[in-house]
Ligand binder design. Structure first.
Ligand code: SAH
Length: 409
C-alpha cells in the first residue's frame, strides 16, 4: 500500500496519468556521459524507479515494508534551482558545469532537468557580462571575477532570483547589469552578489555575506496554500510540486492534533513546521542552523498569519540535547537532515522527550538506514511506514519518509 492514502483523489489521479505518460517518455541529454548530474537520463523512467526502489530495499527493507516509490509529477524541467560555473572560451565568458570528477568546464546552454525560465536568463547574463567586460574567474591564475551564477525560479509565481558568486563585490557596471537583466526579463525580481575567493569546490563559502544589487533579496513561492519567501542562501526543495506531495504524506503520517507539541528539526525556510502549524498542531518549534533560513521561516509564519510556530537558530543536536536535559517534552518530531543524516547525540536526546511519533524525512537511504539501526538498538520506536518519493528524476538521489511509532509495552 502506498503510505498515507492521500494525496487527495484528484491529485492522485493526476499523478497516475503523469506516471503512465512519463514511463514511456524518451529522455536524453548530449552532455549526460560527461556531466554527472543525471545518471539515469538515458533510461526509461520505469527502469529508473525500479533502480531507486532496489536501493531503498537494500538499506531499509529490514526495518519495514518499503511502499512503492511515488513518481514525480514532472520528470523534466522540474529543477527550480540552477547552479552554473563560469569559464572562458574563445575570449568570451561561458557558463556550464564541471566534467564529472574534474575541474574542467563543459559549456552548457540548457539542461533538460532545469526550469525553462532559467536558460534565457542565463544567456542574457552571459551577453551582459561580455558587454560589460566582466571576466570569468580563473582559479589557477587568480584572474577575472565571475565564478558562478545561481538562479532560483518560483514554481507558483512568475519570479526569479539571481545570485552572482564572484571574486569581488566590485564587478564592472554591476548595477547596470542588474537593471538591464530586469528590463529584459521582468520576472527577475532580485539580483545579489556574494564573494568567494577560496580555493574550494563549494559554491558558497560558510559565512558568505550577500549584497543585494536589485530587488529584495528573495522570491516567493506557494506550496499547499501557504506562501514561502526564499532567499538565495536558504534551503528550499528543488522540485516544489513533488515537495508538496512529500509534505502531504509527512502530515498524513503525523496525524496532528490540537494538543500536539511538534519539533521540526533541520527546518530550513520553515516548510514542514508551518504546514504542520496550519494542519492542526498545537505548537511547533523549528530548529535550523542557517540564520537566513530562520529569518525566512519567521517571515513566512508572519506572511501566512501563523502564530503557533516559532523558530530558533541552533545546531539541531546541541539544541535537542539541551532541551532534553531541561526536561522538555514533545509529542511529534519531524527531522529532515542533510545527506549526512542525524547524529547519535540528536537521536539519544529525541529518545528522552516522550515523543509519540517520529517522522524522518531523508535524502540519503544509507544514512537513514544507519540512523534507524541506532534507533532500533537504543530507542523504543519502530518503523510502521516507509514511503520513498522521487524528488530528483534522472538523478540517483531519492527521498524517503519514515513513520516511527513508540512501541507500546
Ligand atoms: N525541512 C526543510 C529543510 C531540509 S534541508 C525543507 O523541507 O525545506 C536540511 C536543512 O538542515 C538545511 O536548511 C540546513 O541548513 C540545515 N542544517 C544542516 N546542518 C544542520 C545542523 N547541524 N543543525 C540544524 N540545521 C542544520
Amino acid at each position: 500500500m502506498m503510505y498515507g492514502g492521500s494525496p487527495d483523489p484528484p491529485l492522485f489521479i493526476l499523478l497516475l496519468s503523469h506516471y503512465y505518460c512519463a514511463m514511456s517518455e524518451k529522455r536524453s541529454c548530449p552532455h549526460a556521459s560527461r556531466c554527472g548530474g543525471c545518471d539515469y537520463i538515458n533510461m526509461r523512467y520505469s527502469d529508473e524507479l525500479l533502480e531507486k526502489f532496489l536501493t531503498e530495499e537494500q538499506f531499509l527493507s529490514r526495518f519495514c515494508t518499503v511502499s512503492p516509490i511515488l513518481p514525480s509529477p514532472s520528470i523534466l524541467d522540474y529543477r527550480c534551482k540552477i547552479q552554473t560555473v563560469c569559464g572562458t572560451e574563445n575570449g568570451k565568458l561561458v557558463t556550464g558545469i564541471y566534467r564529472r570528477g574534474s575541474h574542467k568546464l563543459i559549456p552548457i546552454r540548457s539542461c533538460p532537468l532545469e526550469d525553462g525560465m532559467a536558460a534565457p536568463i542565463l544567456s542574457t547574463i552571459r551577453t551582459l557580462a561580455n558587454r560589460f567586460h566582466i571576466k570569468a574567474y580563473d582559479e589557477d591564475k587568480g584572474t577575472g571575477q565571475l565564478r558562478h551564477v545561481l538562479i532560483r525560479c518560483s514554481e507558483y509565481y512568475d519570479e526569479v532570483l539571481v545570485l552572482l558568486v564572484a571574486s569581488t563585490y566590485d564587478l564592472p557596471s554591476l548595477s547596470d547589469l542588474a537593471a538591464a537583466l530586469h528590463q529584459k526579463h521582468p520576472e527577475v525580481k532580485s539580483v545579489s552578489i556574494i564573494v568567494n575567493t577560496e580555493r574550494t569546490s563549494m559554491v558558497v563559502p560558510q559565512g558568505a555575506k550577500e549584497k543585494v544589487i536589485y530587488g529584495k533579496g528573495y522570491i516567493m513561492d506557494r506550496l499547499l496554500g501557504l506562501d514561502f519567501r526564499i532567499s538565495a542562501l536558504s534551503f528550499y526543495q528543488v522540485n516544489p510540486r513533488q515537495a508538496a506531495n512529500l509534505y502531504t504524506i509527512a502530515m498524513n503520517m503525523a496525524d496532528l492534533r490540537e494538543d500536539d507539541v511538534v519539533i521540526d528539526a533541520y527546518s530550513g525556510t520553515g516548510t514542514i513546521a508551518l504546514i504542520a502549524a496550519a494542519s492542526g498542531a498545537g505548537r511547533v518549534i523549528g530548529v535550523e542552523a542557517n540564520e537566513d533560513a530562520v529569518r525566512d521561516a519567521e517571515e513566512n509564519a508572519r506572511i501566512n498569519g501563523i502564530s503557533n510556530a516559532r523558530f530558533v537558530v541552533a545546531d539541531a543536536s546541541r539544541w535537542l540535547k539541551d532541551k532534553a536535559k531541561e526536561g522538555m517534552k514533545a509529542s511529534v518530531l519531524f527531522l529532515d537532515p542533510p545527506r549526512s543524516g542525524a547524529t547519535e547525540e540528536f537521536l539519544a536526546a529525541a529518545g528522552r522527550m516522550d515523543l509519540e511519533r517520529i517522522i524522518y524525512v531523508s535524502c540519503n537511504p544509507e544514512t537513514l538506514g544507519r540512523d534507524l539501526r541506532y534507533i532500533y538498538h537504543f530507542l523504543p520506536y519502530r518503523a510502521v511506514g516507509i514511503q520513498p518519493v522521487d524528488l530528483f528524476p534522472a538523478s540517483q538521489h531519492v527521498e524517503t519518509i519514515v513513520l516511527l511509532q513508540r512501541e507500546t509495552l
